[in-house]
Each structure stands twice: as C-alpha cells, then as structure tokens.
Write a protein that binds this ligand. Structure first.
Ligand code: CMC
Length: 392
C-alpha cells in the first residue's frame, strides 16, 4: 500500500515539534523551557515550574500570586463527585480511581470542555491543577477507610495535599516542612519529559479534539504501566522481594541477565537516556539526606545501592547503556514520608500533570494540528470468501 516506514515503539519517529522540554540523552541533560532541571530542583517550586511549563516563562511575583490564588479557589470537589469514591472497592488501586475521577470532571464541569475556547481551556487547566491533589488524597483516604478532609486553602498546594492525605477532620495537622519541601522537589523532577508514553497518549487523545480532562485521564492510564510511571511501585516491590527471599544482589543480577521469568531490573534503563538519568542523580542525593532526617528503611536503601553498583560494573548493563532512571530511588523517599507503595504512581501523576497540560495546549495552539492517525503494514489475509457456519 506504499506505507513502508515501520517504527514499532516509535524508537526513531518524531511525532511533533515542541518547545517545552529539551533532553539530550547521550549527555544526560534535561531542561524545561531551557532551564536546567538541577537549577529548578534547587531553587524553584512545583507551582512555579507548572507555570513555566504551561505558559513558557517563569512568572513574575504578581503572575505567580494570581496563578496560585486561582488554583486555591478551585481545590474543592463537587459534593456529588465526592460520593463517586464510595462506589469503588476499598482495596482498589488508587490509579484507576484517580483516572476515573479525572475523567469524571468532564461530567461535573461541563462549562470548560470546549478545546477551541481559550477561556474554557484556562478554566479546565486551573481546575485540574487544583483538584487532582484533592482527588489523589481522597483515593488514599478511601483505601484506608478514613474520612475525607476539605482542602485548607491557607496552605500551599503540596502542604494541602499532605494534610488531606495524612490529616484527620477536627484535628490540627502540622505539615512537616522537610517532607513538604522534599515532595515539592520530587514533583518538579516529574513535571515533564517530552514525548513519553503518557504524554504522547494525552496528545493523541487530544488530537481528536477530545476535552482536556478526558485527555489527561488517558495519560494517567498510560502512566500506570510498570514500564512507565508504575516502575516506582515495581522497584519497591522488587527490593522487598529480594529482602524477603534473602537473594544476594549477585543472584538477582544474574537472574536479570539471564532474563529468567522475564525479570528486569526495575528502575533501570531508559529509551532516551544512554547516560545517567539526571533526575535519578538528584533523587539519589536527596534520598541520602531525606532518609537520614525522616528515618527510612535503611536496609532497602542498602539493597538498592548494592544493586546499582553491581549493575553499573556489569558487562550486560554497560553494553546496553542501562543506568538508574528517576524511579529507582523515589519509592524509598515516598515510603519514608509515609505513603503506601500503591500511592507512588499517583504521586508521579501529580508531578506530570503540568507537563501533560502544557503539551495538550501546545498542540491545540498549533494551527497545523491534525488528528493523530498512524498507518500500518498489513500482514493478514488479502481476501477470502465468507463461509457459512455449517461448512467451517
Ligand atoms: N533490566 C534488564 N534488562 C533491560 C532493562 C532492565 N531494566 N531495560 C532494558 N533492558 C535490556 C533489554 O532486555 C534489551 O536487551 P536485549 O538487547 O538483550 O534484548 C536492551 O536492554 C534494550 O532494552 P529495550 O527494552 O529495547 O529498551 P526500550 O527503550 O524499549 O525500553 C524501558 C526502555 C524503560 C521500557 C526499559 O529499559 C525497561 O523496561 N526498564 C524497566 C522499567 C522502568 O524502570 N521504567 C521506568 C522508565 S523511566 C520513567 C518513566 O518513563 O516513567
């Protein structure tokens, strides 16, 4: 049929032009709108980075205040939407709860669905940034059978999320500034990563002119897989498995190299980075200081470090240029903060949200927007005659 360019997994296909995030995989460089991730992680805040990704520039003090204020006014969920959580089983994984509730925003907030109306897009942007942390906290509360808390808008976005997650109604909640600052930094590290699986999903869904809420819900589902954002949960389960079985690090690495039962070293490898993932370098450093302060699971941290060292000196990993990625050490920090393993990918989604929004908006602002519609190389029968049931 003339379609001869086959690129499974889009290993070498650019799907779009973009001015949001720059990655040089060979050099291990990541920059949002030109700003190095190391500088943003050290000096910026998640809300400021969200502004940068979505609007293209760092905000002035006035712009930041207006943006923060707008988000603050939208943190509440519609009371009917709160009841939506009751329908899920208590042992539900919080990721499908999150993506379903985000999709449901299209049903509850019908006045901001038109992708061609900039005011509506702006309103749905603010609603998402404000409500996703509330939804994420409720997904957690549901799983532990505790009452939901209304947002306290005297707190900032991250503090509010921590309080809604770990606080109780009518009880004062002291936000630990160490935890709040560390979580803010981790959200910055996750905020965008150009055309990864979930972002490409958001763009593809959005390319049909589907609304922003529903496109983001698609991205959350793509993120859940263990090869993508679900890797942070998978890493912790891998480390716990090694400890429980009493495997030596050498035995485990051998299992991975022999591809026994399809075992992979979770939190290792990346499609683009052929050098150390710059996010992983920041997280590794943070893990040491944060775990020392919060008192984390030292044994698991030791296993992780030993695994990293064994892999980085092993021919299998060297030849394939496999290095730790962002997910390798984050789980240990989330665990020390008090999050259960199943919440880890929800935290990734919270971080990635501004990136998804920025990409959806960049795509919609492009006059040359076309619906995403890949072709195929057909390998089936060319033509067959129908056979009646009795003759098959
Ligand atoms: N453990 C063992 N072997 C691996 C690993 C790993 N983690 N990653 C890649 N390989 C091997 C793979 O088996 C293949 O070997 P061979 O050439 O013998 O067949 C070779 O390295 C190339 O790997 P690939 O699967 O072709 O690479 P990819 O670019 O298609 O996949 C990846 C990238 C991230 C899906 C993969 O490295 C992986 O599965 N890693 C583990 C899951 C993970 O940590 N994901 C998080 C990614 S970073 C954050 C995010 O995106 O959410």
């Amino acid at each position: 049929t003339g379609y001869t360019t086959l690129d499974p997994g889009f290993v070498n296909t650019a799907s779009t032009k973009s001015a949001i995030t720059y990655i040089d995989g060979e050099a291990g460089i990541l920059r949002y709108r030109g700003y190095p991730i190391e500088q943003l992680a050290e000096h910026s805040t998640f809300i400021e980075v969200s502004y940068l990704l979505i609007y293209g520039e760092l905000p002035t003090a006035e712009q930041l205040e207006a943006f923060t204020d707008k988000i603050r006014r939208h943190t509440l969920l519609h009371e009917d939407l709160k009841r939506f959580f009751d329908g899920f089983p208590r042992n539900a994984h919080p990721m499908p709860v999150l993506s379903s509730a985000i999709n449901a925003l299209s049903a509850y907030y019908q006045d901001s669905l038109n992708p061609d109306d900039p005011e509506q897009v702006e309103l749905s942007t603010i609603r998402l940034l404000a409500k996703l942390p509330t939804i994420a906290a409720y997904a957690y509360k549901k799983s532990v059978g505790q009452p939901f808390l209304y947002p306290d808008n005297s707190l900032n976005l991250v503090e509010n999320f921590l309080r809604m997650t770990f606080g109780f109604p009518a009880e004062p909640y002291e936000v630990d500034p160490e935890i709040s600052k560390a979580l803010d930094m981790l959200l910055i590290l996750h905020a965008d990563h150009e055309q990864n699986c979930s972002t490409s999903t958001v763009r593809l869904v959005g390319s049909s002119d589907a609304n922003l809420f529903t496109s983001i819900s698609g991205g959350i589902n793509a993120l859940w897989g263990p090869l993508h954002g679900g890797a942070n949960q998978a890493v912790l389960e891998m480390l716990e498995g090694i400890r429980e079985r009493g495997d030596t690090v050498e035995d485990f690495v051998k299992k991975v190299k022999n591809k026994e039962d399809g075992v992979k070293l979770m939190g290792f490898g990346h499609r683009v980075y052929r050098n150390y993932d710059p996010r992983a370098a920041i997280v590794k450093k943070a893990a040491d200081t944060i775990l020392a302060k919060l008192g984390g699971d030292d044994e698991l941290l030791e296993i992780a470090k030993a695994l990293e060292e064994a892999a980085l000196t092993d021919e299998y990993f060297i030849a394939r240029k496999l290095y730790p990625n962002v997910d390798f050490y984050t789980g240990l920090i989330y665990r020390a903060m008090g999050f259960p393993t199943r919440m880890f990918t929800v935290l990734f989604a919270m971080g990635r949200l501004p990136g998804w929004i920025a990409h959806w908006r960049e795509m919609h602002n492009d006059a040359a927007l076309k619906i995403g519609r890949p072709r195929q190389i057909y390998t089936g029968y060319t033509e067959r005659d129908y056979k009646e049931l009795t003759t098959r």
